[in-house]
Design a protein around this ligand. Structure first.
Ligand code: GLC
Length: 737
């Protein structure tokens, strides 16, 4: 009896106290923890509870890739990770070294040049979803990507990480990636804002250019990321713009990004991009990462307190020389990012290196590979007619996820072209390395010790006795190739590949050149090689994607996101002087102005090797004459251009219809044409489909430097419909009132 009664009383007591605690907790749950309240209220409430020291602590690194939260209030710290193509392996607390974890292998997705080459926003959406799931699973608050710096010169070491030479293509393709990453409760971080279009002297070069070039070419993709993608963070670039570092640049960050574009997220430096406390405080920077203050970069002692936005910032605030409103704005932005990510209890859990993600990587790769040449339909390979296929080239086996700088990954799987070709064609395949490039080493190129002649002779030998040669070359992720921290030294293929290809051609004309790269290259052999495939850096599924295209399992549908000039001197940035590129080591003036990429070649009538927007298929397509829904448009309206596309070949395939606009009799210099609409259409053999592409009249505007605003002149505009910048099939024209 006694026991039963006692037990009952104890139970009741426990129950009562549990209920009362939870009621009390409910009653006194602070607003910032209450997810039923709007984020802005939660931000204000959290801020009101924080000390000045806690606010300052939110504004700078606590480790190589993390910054503080507010532990006392249960607000978690911010963890950031590269990169745009996948979640980088864990880095040590206080140095660039890897932490050697064994549970952080990821899926390596194709480089963003490949994503751009799909011309397919659906690919951007599945990309963002998958890479966002991996970043979420790895508990990252911020994924340091995507990069959208414009492809100004083929020499830029980091072009492979970006989305090509056209602001409209990059603006369309960047948005779904960001939206889908952020649905995982991970902040995307669009980078590098702005004008980081080369690696040479990137840490300080002072870029100068016209307002038109800034607005019409270099900012649009960032503007789309912010105003349409609603990106939660932006990374400032290392370089200067008009004499101010971009990581604390009043015009870029305060006036344009946070003013005009109403960006409510967090500006994060590139690692080491901050240079001065007051500027960092007053010119729009929110979180300072990777700084080497007072030469303490290499000290083992925690130098984070000496960051510009650390104790020096706190001192200025305490002295009152910087108003507390400045740190309140920064802290609010960081808190807002935290509430949107790690403190959103409804965010999904993510997943890492799953078969589903491998499929996404493969789908994007297959959709982005570009068939540049296919004389005599040598492709797709007909295995029944081929007994011996010689695969030649180091890129057939090289791990491309290694090296390249901060976008480097540790994939769970990386299927090489040779592996996939061997599993498809078995003993028909023979292999020779053909050339050697040396190991990926950050900041310096280490030549291979292997003998180039013997490598070449061995390759020519297997080529001689083969029915078909598949040459897999291109660039790689070594320094001065497709790699951060340096630019290319030549427009030609490196490591003796041109000579090797010409030697192979002497013994075997049946050669397919597969280029694994993120940049245009010179092709002295272009007329002698029957087939050329631009295969990008494709990540974990590289070999499978390349093999499915070569075998015809997949019909290639990629289109170039940048032009391949015949020679470097044809390129706008290389048509002036050193000051124009690479600069005089202090400043650089973009003298080609708005004529970047095809805008230059078209306007100057310079023939090119392969046009922007170009890509072949294993089938053929025809477009019909287009019509527009009206002939006269108000500036706020949208032109709807309608036409049909027919697949006139024997296999299903996709075509990308492109619309370029030209202002007739413009009062100022405008490019010959500008991409302002496109659509990728998948069609079964023989099928014809009606397609309508909208072109906003507002998108036909130019930046009027007199009024510092966008301007659409009334008058006649030509709409060019085609399947590349070099293949315009119909012209339509409209009047803007
Ligand atoms: C690097 C890169 C940037 C990267 C960051 C962190 O210098 O410029 O893209 O996200 O530092 O690795």
């Amino acid at each position: 009896m006694y026991n039963r009664m006692t037990r009952f009383l104890i139970l009741t007591l426990i129950l009562f106290s549990a209920v009362s605690i939870s009621v009390k907790a409910q009653l006194i749950k602070p607003v910032y923890l209450d997810e039923t309240r709007p984020v802005e209220e939660r931000v204000k409430n959290a801020l009101s509870l924080m000390t000045l020291e806690e606010k300052v602590a939110l504004c700078h690194a606590q480790s190589k890739f993390s910054s503080k939260g507010v532990a006392r209030l249960g607000i978690p710290e911010v963890w950031m990770s590269d990169g745009p193509h996948g979640v980088r392996a864990e880095i040590l607390w206080d140095s660039w070294g890897y932490a050697q974890w064994t549970n952080d292998s990821c899926t390596a997705f194709p480089a963003l040049t490949c994503l751009a080459a799909t011309w397919n926003p659906e690919m951007s959406a599945i990309y963002g979803k998958a890479v966002g799931e991996e970043a979420r699973y790895r508990n990252k608050t911020v994924l340091l990507g995507p990069g959208v710096n414009i492809y100004r010169t083929p020499m830029n070491g980091r072009n492979f990480e970006y989305m090509g030479e056209d602001p409209y293509l990059a603006s369309v393709m960047v948005v779904p990636y960001i939206q889908e990453v952020q649905k995982n409760g991970v902040a995307a971080c669009v980078k590098h804002f702005a004008l980081n279009n080369q690696e040479n002297w990137r840490g300080h070069i002072n870029v100068e250019l016209s307002d038109r070039a800034l607005r019409e070419i270099y900012l649009p993709a960032f503007k789309a990321a912010v105003t349409e993608g609603k990106v939660w963070s932006v990374m400032g670039s290392y370089n200067q713009f008009r004499g101010e570092y971009c990581c604390h640049n009043d015009l870029l960050l305060n006036k344009i990004l946070k003013g005009e574009w109403k960006f409510d997220g967090t500006v994060i430096t590139d690692w080491g991009g901050a240079h001065e406390t007051k500027q960092a405080a007053l010119n729009g920077l929110d979180i300072e990462m990777g700084t080497g203050t007072d030469g303490m970069t290499r000290s083992l002692k925690n130098a984070y307190d000496n960051y510009y936005l650390a104790l020096p910032f706190l001192d200025e605030l305490k002295k009152g020389s910087i108003p507390e409103s400045v740190v309140n704005d920064k802290a609010s932005r960081v808190l807002r990012m935290i509430f949107r990510t790690t403190m959103n209890s409804k965010r999904p859990y993510g997943s890492l290196a799953t078969p589903e993600h491998a499929q996404v990587a493969r789908k994007i790769a297959e959709d982005g590979i570009v068939l540049l040449k296919n004389d005599g339909s040598i492709l797709p390979l007909d295995a029944s007619k081929l007994n011996k296929i010689a695969v030649i080239g180091e890129n057939a086996t090289r791990k491309m996820s290694e090296g390249g700088g901060s976008s480097e990954l540790k994939p769970r799987v990386e299927i090489s072209p040779l592996k996939a070709l061997q599993s498809k064609y078995g003993s028909k395949i023979t292999y020779a390395r053909g050339y050697a490039s040396g190991p990926p080493a950050y900041g310096r190129a280490i030549p291979s010790k292997l003998n180039a002649d013997s490598l070449r002779n061995e390759a020519v030998k297997i080529a001689e006795s083969a029915d078909m040669v598949i040459f897999v070359g291109g660039l790689n992720k070594n320094h001065n190739q497709d790699c951060e921290g340096g630019d290319r030294k030549s427009y030609n293929l490196p490591f003796g590949q041109d000579k090797l290809i010409s030697e192979i051609l002497k013994v075997n004309k049946n050669i397919v050149v597969v280029l694994v790269s993120g940049n245009a290259v010179a092709m002295p052999w272009v007329d002698k090689v029957p087939a050329i495939v631009q295969a990008w850096h494709l990540g974990s599924e590289a070999g499978n994607a390349i093999t499915s295209v070569l075998s015809g399992e997949v019909n290639p549908s990629g289109k170039l996101p940048f032009t391949f000039p015949k020679q470097l001197s044809d390129c706008g940035a290389h048509s002036f002087d050193k000051l124009c590129f690479p600069g005089d080591s202090i400043r650089e003036v973009y003298k080609e102005d708005i004529l970047v990429g095809y805008r230059w070649y078209d306007t100057k009538a310079i023939p090119v090797q392969f046009h922007f927007g170009f890509g072949l298929s294993y089938t053929t397509f025809t477009l019909s004459k287009p019509t527009t829904d009206k002939t006269d448009y108000a500036k706020t309206e949208t032109v709807k251009m309608t036409f049909s596309v027919q697949n006139t070949g024997k296999v299903a395939g996709s075509e990308v219809a492109q619309i370029y606009i030209t202002q007739e009799n413009a009062p100022i210099m405008r490019p010959a044409k500008e991409l302002k609409g496109f659509k990728k259409i998948l069609l079964k053999a023989g099928v014809k489909k009606s397609v309508t592409i909208p072109v906003k009249v507002q998108d036909m505007a130019y930046w009027d430097e007199k009024t510092s605003n966008w301007k659409v002149d009334p008058g006649k505009y030509t709409l060019s419909l085609g399947t590349s910048a070099g293949d315009i099939q119909y012209l339509g024209s409209v009047q803007v009132k």
